[in-house]
Design a binder for this molecule. Structure first.
Ligand SMILES: N[C@@H](CCC(=O)N[C@@H](CSS)C(=O)NCC(=O)O)C(=O)O
Length: 307
């Protein structure tokens, strides 16, 4: 037991640093043993400790879980008030609805709202199916998305769950209806496709506009505290989270001037997401059905701004 405690000492010492939000270089004898925890076997002196794991465990009764859908590389986020058990699900994916429902049920949460950060072009939202399965659950999306939902969100709106809330920051540019959702203490931002880790949402379809996106990120996300954790809707490289401070320093696109950014975005030449072709629905503007939030063919060619 004693040796177990001794082995844990360095970990505990660093855990205390996490709680205070410190960012420190890890001494050479500290080894990573799990998210945010390290033991003393493998040198990792180039690694900077990030405080998000401790916040997940200790943060003012806030439950937080990041979930992943591998086909579209989409992150879904479950947040809940541990006391009242009220929960919010961000960006659910149709294929993983059963997984999400099981988790919510196992943990005894009451899912109040499923919110989409935008109209997704690469996958179908799970919101409609969740609504069919969970009596009383409401769907939410930006009023500028063109999609239908129980709650149409605008700048400054709050999504309450127990004593917590997410506030809405409109961050158009990838689509007109993109929002970033920020926890009440500004410790976490769910940036959808506006800001990705070391990247950003593409702007070559679905009303994409690079200038708008640049302004959104600089005015609405980069003004958050540097330690604010950034949780995007996608990652294609296995990265899970970043911080506002990191993105302000290292984002290869958004650290540039507006003109350089526009040039980068025009020349991205990304292949279209696989599902955008399969799930195109000729609805005239947007598909506003209960299950589909996919883009229609008309919108795809109806770009407002090419850069
Ligand atoms: N190759 C991917 C498509 C990736 C993609 O286009 N992602 C979008 C977000 S979903 S519309 C995006 O904005 N990407 C920006 C970037 O720089 O990657 C696929 O397999 O679907």
């Amino acid at each position: 037991m004693c040796s177990f405690v001794n082995r844990l000492k360095p970990v505990l010492a660093y855990s205390l640093c996490f709680q205070k939000g410190y960012s420190r270089k890890v001494p050479a004898h500290i080894k990573h043993i799990g998210p945010g925890l390290r033991t003393s076997k493998q040198p990792l002196d180039s690694v900077i400790i990030r405080p998000y794991c401790s916040r997940m465990e200790f943060g003012k009764g806030l439950f937080f879980r990041q979930l992943f859908e591998s086909e579209s590389s989409t992150y879904t986020y479950l947040l809940a008030d541990k006391e009242s058990r009220e929960a919010v699900l961000i960006d659910p994916v149709l294929e993983t609805v059963e997984r999400d429902l099981k988790l919510v049920e196992e943990l005894g949460f009451n899912l109040k709202v499923a919110v989409n950060t935008h109209c997704h072009a690469d996958h179908i939202t799970g919101t409609g199916l969740l609504k069919n399965r969970l009596f009383g659950m409401k769907s939410a999306i930006s009023r500028h998305s063109g999609a239908s939902a129980d709650i149409l969100l605008s700048e400054g709106d709050k999504i309450h769950f127990g004593k917590h809330h997410l506030s809405v920051r409109e961050t158009p540019g990838h689509t007109d209806g993109c929002v970033t959702l920020v926890t009440e203490d500004h410790s976490m931002a769910f940036t959808g496709d506006a800001l990705l880790i070391r990247g950003c949402g593409r702007t070559d379809f679905q009303q994409g506009c690079s200038r708008k996106l640049y302004e959104s990120v600089h005015q609405k996300i980069f003004t958050l505290p540097p330690q604010c954790l950034v949780f995007p809707a996608h990652d294609y490289k296995g990265q899970t989270a970043s911080t506002v401070g990191e993105e302000k320093r290292f984002n290869p696109r958004l650290t540039k001037s507006m003109e350089e950014f526009v040039d980068i975005m025009v020349n991205l030449n990304l292949p279209k997401p696989a599902k955008i072709v399969d799930q195109v629905v000729d609805c005239g503007l947007w598909n506003v059905g209960p299950l589909l939030f996919n883009v229609c063919h008309t919108c795809e060619v109806d770009d407002l701004c090419k850069g």
